[in-house]
Design a protein around this ligand. Structure first.
Ligand code: ACO
Length: 335
């Protein structure tokens, strides 16, 4: 039986980035691109890329430890770890969430990875909320962590300039007050599978010794993207998600304090702001610093907002993810 007086609210946030910052100028030595092109087409100025010893789980553990410290939660009270990622330490198993559970010594926690690409954190936040509302546990660690540099084709200038590595974490804790993640809107358009994918290396297209030997083009092992299609999809679903969540919340655009969108490209966010009639200043943007860190963009953005004291009690916030699948969705949060 669901106890409806239980809400899941974010009690702590954490962020972790690799040590190495790579500027657009640095990238222009690797592929035929320029700072001017990347800035003007994406808004991105730099990104952090993992080096020796920096893995999806190691960044996730650093981010999670900070989130747990801020939440002031006893680690043994955390009942579940959900790690949204497309770049787990290992291809199939063990899950990165299990590595996080072990790294943090969360003795009472279950752990699983969630695969919804760049929408992963918004999906995971809803999974955590549902567990808390259902009374399964009082605290869930929700992580978005990526080493996208491991799946990017570093010879493809169309994609390699867009992505970065990083991790963000949130502790979701039971609250009997009104604050917290109120509800979510989660959708998928699987017919768009080819717009953004890694074609080879899954169970349907296994990397056999024969294939590796016969193939002189390995690009299908890395991210491929139809930029235009993804752009159009992203703008459309950002607006749809905002409108749906506003309607369900029964509030107007003016009453909304912040929109925290997936940080893919500044032009996507600008177009969505224009189309939704919501001032761009309500959209939090930090992609200039980190690039697109997929499932990590939203929790990193929330942490940056918290550090800048932008998040105030009672504020109405929408978080939004969109990405491969194609998947999309958002959470409505009262801070
Ligand atoms: N440097 C220099 N030139 C480049 C680069 C680069 N890094 N990348 C592409 N170009 C060139 C192309 O080759 C093309 O040259 P051509 O005209 O001689 O053929 C030219 O720039 C224009 O290419 P377009 O694809 O038309 O560029 P567009 O203005 O559409 O921008 C972009 C491309 C930024 C990818 C855009 O389509 C976009 O934002 N798409 C959304 C995709 C996205 O953000 N994905 C992120 C990951 S997905 C996710 O998180 C959901």
């Amino acid at each position: 039986m669901i106890n409806s007086s239980r809400n899941g609210s974010i009690s702590g946030l954490g962020r972790a980035l690799p040590a190495r910052r790579v500027s657009n100028d640095d990238l222009s030595h690797w592929v035929d691109t320029s700072d001017e092109w990347i800035r003007s087409h994406t808004g991105i100025e730099s990104r952090y890329l993992a080096g020796e010893g920096e893995t999806c789980s190691s960044l996730a553990i650093v981010a999670s430890r900070k989130a747990i410290e801020q939440a002031k939660v006893d680690p043994s009270d955390i009942g579940m770890v959900i790690c949204a990622t497309s770049t787990p330490n290992y291809k199939a198993f063990p899950s990165t969430a299990a590595l996080i559970q072990d790294g943090l010594g969360l003795e009472q926690a279950g752990a699983y990875d969630l695969s919804a690409a760049c929408s992963g954190f918004t999906y995971a936040l809803e999974m955590g909320r549902a567990m808390i509302v259902a009374g399964t546990t009082d605290h869930v660690l929700v992580v978005g962590a990526e080493i996208l540099s491991s799946i990017v084709n570093w010879q493809d200038r169309n994609t390699c300039v867009l992505f970065g590595d990083g991790a963000g974490a949130a502790v979701l804790s039971v609250s009997e007050k009104r604050e917290g993640v109120q509800f979510s809107y989660l959708r998928a358009v699987g017919s768009g599978e080819k717009a953004l994918m890694i074609e080879r290396g899954g169970s349907a297209t296994a990397l056999t010794a024969e294939w590796l030997e016969a193939s002189d083009d390995l690009s299908s092992m890395f991210i491929s993207m139809d930029g235009r299609k993804v752009y159009e999809f992203a703008v459309r679903v950002l607006v749809e998600t905002i409108n749906h969540l506003l309607e369900q919340a029964g509030i107007s655009k003016d009453e909304l304090d912040h929109i925290v969108p997936h940080q893919a490209n500044i032009r996507i966010i600008q177009a969505a702001a224009k189309r939704s009639g919501i001032p761009l200043k309500k959209f939090f943007i930090n992609l200039q610093e980190y690039g697109n860190t997929s499932a990590a963009t939203v929790p990193i953005a929330l942490k940056d907002m918290d550090d800048r004291k932008l998040l105030k009690k009672g504020q109405k916030i929408i978080t939004i993810g969109f990405g491969a699948g194609l998947t999309y969705g958002g959470n409505y949060i009262i801070w």
